[in-house]
Write a protein that binds this ligand. Structure first.
Ligand code: ADP
Ligand code: MG
Length: 387
């Protein structure tokens, strides 16, 4: 789960990391009431959307006075902002953040994330702040340091911290602030079950202050249940409506851009199914894992979700019945297909527990279903059927 910049900055503040004063506004009429708490001569108006690259897309504006602020806020609120991270459809701006403007001397990059490959916590630090870190890694890898540390309750050691911040070339007092910041990020990652905290840019001002000027945080969905204070920050406006619907039914669904809808049990099998669709020249419309012991209701909901996607031209159901029973799946599919008036080709491959009963239910349903012997056959058939 992602949160907004202003929310991430609240968390940073709670963990004693340096951030500027700011106010969040949901309507331009709130500005004049709220603005008085901000000091500083100038303001920065920042669109709050779950995507980076706002600066280049007109979503971050330096403002000289309150009257300009009100008129710029009016323009920005409700605007569809298209950045390199939003996709071509962009994202509607529904809240704004007004922050005291900083006089920037230099921008840096600092992030902290779970590195699954090494089962460690990785800190990435770079002198190239305000840039896409992927691009920096590709073009100037010598300007990045990655420090991988073991998970331990006391946090990173003195040497590890020194390594992380060494690339910044700070003086002693700046190093003290940066060290504390590294410790705060580590603490947030652990105590809030974050999977990524990215400060880009981390800045040093002309008055020699270190500030986290932008903040992105991502949290582990599987740990959200024990972090109600984080779940409260969820903004459904920012999420794909199909994915919200899926989470209501406890389905692991991710919308993709292809044309073949997939319904599979097990994440590994779901990925293999997506791969084989690509192998036969088509693209999957979604990732969907209905899980181990899915009920008929859950299967019905999953099937409706797939069909709600206007890009879907055909559906491939691939079930290996272990705990999942193929007859339950078949009943759910038949039920849903009748409810939604199925009009696209459907290929079903069933194997495992009660597959014969499942096949019988499908055969008797009068639905036009192509059955497949194995995964290869299934992929070939669905790709052929949508041509
Ligand atoms: P994004 O990453 O979405 O483009 P940022 O918050 O990083 O948004 O802002 C983009 C750039 O705008 C920053 O790199 C910085 O140069 C400038 N900026 C952002 N906030 C402020 C601020 N409070 N004061 C001065 N400049 C800012
Ligand atoms: Mg940024």
């Amino acid at each position: 789960m992602n949160i907004h910049e202003h929310q991430a900055k609240e968390i940073l503040k709670e963990f004693k990391a340096p951030v500027s004063n700011g106010i969040v506004i949901y309507s331009k009429d709130e500005i004049e009431d709220k603005i008085s708490i901000l000091k500083g001569k100038q303001y920065v108006l920042k669109a709050q959307i779950h995507a980076g690259g706002r600066g280049k897309a007109g979503g971050v504006k330096l403002i000289k006075n309150v009257s300009d602020l009100v008129s710029e806020a009016k323009k920005m609120m409700g605007k569809i902002l298209i950045t390199h991270q939003t996709g071509p459809e962009g994202k509607e701006v529904k809240r704004l953040y007004v922050e005291e403007a900083s006089d920037i001397l230099k921008e840096f990059y600092l992030s902290c994330l779970i590195d699954r490959e090494s089962s460690k916590i990785a800190f990435i630090s770079s002198t190239e702040g305000g840039m896409d870190i992927e691009k920096v890694a590709e073009e100037t890898p010598n300007k990045i340091i990655t420090t991988k540390i073991d998970l331990k309750s006391e946090g990173p050691s003195k040497e590890e911290i020194e390594n992380i911040i060494s690339i910044f070339n700070f003086d002693e007092s700046q190093n003290n602030v940066a060290s504390k910041l590294v410790q705060s990020l580590y603490k947030i990652l652990i105590e809030k079950d974050a999977s990524l905290i990215e400060i880009n840019p981390l800045i040093i001002t002309k008055e020699n202050k270190i500030i986290c000027l932008d903040a992105k945080m991502n949290f582990d969905d599987n740990a959200i249940f024990r972090r109600p204070e984080i779940l409260k920050l969820r903004d459904l406006n920012e999420e794909e409506s199909a994915e919200i619907e899926a989470s209501k039914h406890d389905l692991a669904y991710i919308k993709l851009n292809g044309t073949i809808g997939c319904m599979v049990n097990g994440a590994g099998l779901a990925m293999a199914t997506m791969d084989i669709i690509k192998l036969y020249g088509q693209e999957p419309a979604n990732f969907l894992d209905v899980g181990g012991g899915a009920s008929k209701e859950k299967v019905t909901a999953a099937f409706k979700l797939i069909l709600a996607d206007k890009n879907v031209k055909g559906i491939l159901i691939n079930i290996f019945g272990g705990i999942m029973r193929c007859d339950v799946l078949a009943s759910g599919v038949v039920e849903a297909a009748k409810q939604v008036n199925l009009s696209v080709p459907l290929v079903v491959r069933l194997a495992g527990t009660n597959y014969k009963e499942g096949k019988e239910i499908l055969d008797k349903s009068n639905l036009k279903i192509l059955s497949a012997a194995d995964l290869n056959d299934a992929a070939k058939k669905i790709v052929e059927a949508i041509k």
